[in-house]
Write a protein that binds this ligand. Structure first.
Ligand SMILES: Cc1cc2nc3c(=O)[nH]c(=O)nc-3n(C[C@H](O)[C@H](O)[C@H](O)COP(=O)(O)OP(=O)(O)OC[C@H]3O[C@@H](n4cnc5c(N)ncnc54)[C@H](O)[C@@H]3O)c2cc1C
Ligand code: SF4
Length: 391
């Protein structure tokens, strides 16, 4: 994969700032799930008030730099008025660059209420849990943030380093962390959230993500590795042979690019629908093309077989019939010779319901989403718990 420069140069930043039209209707803000206001932070940065820009970005977003690197273009950029003239402002990169270059403890500080004597357990240190922790600590709650894994970030840790280095997640966290109000307990799996209500906690937020990879449901499933296993330990699956990735979304894209980066000779994505249906950003599409990943579309996996150390995929072609996807009969072929097959067709988890003083947030509540939607959900859960404990 090409080693991309993650931030804008000073000249690129100024050029992006100057392209902003300062729209009074703020379509960019209205499209942002955490109500971040690009019009405001861009205007401040244009006036050289970078401290004010940092304050505006971090006011509603505790992971603004991480969002700046990985937010998809379907939110603020999609709404940007400038797109009708030439192309949208690269708002996420402007945001990431401002925070990388100008964030200080003072500029990122926000008003906090005094401690109210209540204690909350937040379970899961992904974006939803981090947002809930940030919000509750500002409202005066003591928070213990429990994380089963050895580091914070949740599913963000599965994103390849070239797109999101862990240091960026850690940097965002360093501005949330407040030793007086927050205690982070890593490597601590919580098995019974409800029991914590009898262990000194006044309320619980559960933000445990969507930990199960969806199966293909075909014979020979065991020959395919789940994207979770693959992206957690890509080094363990390194191969210079042929890699098949089943799936056509952003996660499948990360798997394919990781396989290229790890030296695979050929990487082929097997996608049920058309290229135009792929749920990826323009940048992700470009990365796939640049990396030489082959896209085999309108294709269904029927069966997986093994021949010695190599794997064979049995595939058939799909077509649309009155808008519904169906198999084309008699099109099954064998595609032998894969060293590795990765399945990346989605994730799942049981959908829980909120109960008295136990509020769910993020992907475990709404299903696989995006960082900024998980952050919005974490903030919403914190507000709901605060309402419940204040009434
Ligand atoms: C490969 C990949 C690429 C992605 N790329 C993008 C992207 O480019 N842009 C984007 O916006 N989004 C992307 N996403 C989606 C984004 O990462 C998720 O939507 C987001 O992380 C969900 O946040 P969450 O806090 O709800 O859950 P998670 O991030 O899954 O965090 C849940 C946390 O809870 C912990 N946990 C679970 N059970 C327990 C327990 N019992 N006790 C203690 N801790 C527990 C887990 O260890 C984990 O740390 C990507 C996801 C993946 C997998
Ligand atoms: S929509 Fe685009 S042009 Fe308008 S204020 Fe937002 S960033 Fe600027």
């Amino acid at each position: 994969m090409t080693n991309k420069n993650l931030y804008l140069s000073r000249a690129q930043l100024l050029s992006e700032l100057n392209r902003c039209l300062g729209c009074k209707t703020k379509p960019c803000m209205n499209a942002c799930p955490v109500n971040c206001n690009p019009q405001e932070f861009i205007a401040k940065a244009k006036e050289n008030d970078f401290a004010g820009a940092v304050e505006a970005i971090t006011r509603n977003n505790p992971m603004g730099q991480t969002c700046g690197l990985i937010c998809p273009d379907k939110f603020c950029m999609h709404a940007c008025t400038r797109a009708a003239i030439d192309f949208p402002i690269n708002i996420p990169r402007v945001q990431a660059t401002i925070l990388e270059k100008y964030r200080t403890a003072e500029s990122a500080a926000h008003a906090k209420l005094p401690a109210n004597g209540k204690k909350i357990a937040v379970i899961g240190a992904g974006p939803a849990g981090i947002a809930a922790t940030s919000e509750l600590s500002k409202l005066g709650y003591k928070v213990v943030l429990f994380e089963g894994f050895e580091k914070i970030g949740g599913a963000l840790n599965l994103i390849p380093d070239s797109r999101l280095p862990f240091e960026v997640i850690a940097k965002d966290w360093s501005f949330v962390d407040d030793p007086e109000m927050i205690e982070l307990r890593l490597n601590t799996q919580v098995s019974d959230p409800a029991a914590m209500l009898t262990e000194g906690f006044d309320g619980i937020i559960v933000a445990t993500g969507e930990p199960d990879s969806v199966d293909l449901g075909v014979e020979g499933e065991e020959y395919a590795v789940s994207y979770l296993d693959y992206l957690r330990r890509p080094g363990q699956y390194k191969t210079d042979g042929n890699v098949a990735v089943v799936g056509g979304g952003a996660v499948a894209t990360d798997c394919a690019l990781t396989a290229v980066e790890n030296g695979a000779e050929n990487v082929e994505m097997f996608i049920r629908r058309r290229v135009s249906d792929m749920r990826v950003t323009a940048e992700e599409r470009k990365s796939l093309l640049e990396a030489g990943v082959d896209l085999t579309t309108m294709t269904k996996i029927k069966k997986i077989g093994a021949d010695g150390s190599l794997i064979t995929l049995y595939t058939c072609k799909n077509r649309f019939n009155r808008g519904k996807l169906e198999e084309i009969p008699d099109t099954t072929i064998a595609r032998p010779g894969f060293s590795l097959v990765v399945k990346a067709i989605g994730s799942s988890a049981p959908r829980p319901e909120d109960s008295d003083r136990i509020i769910y947030a993020g992907d475990c509540k709404h299903g696989g989403s995006t960082i900024v939607e998980a952050l919005a959900s974490g903030r919403e859960a914190a507000a709901k718990l605060d309402d419940c404990l204040s009434s």
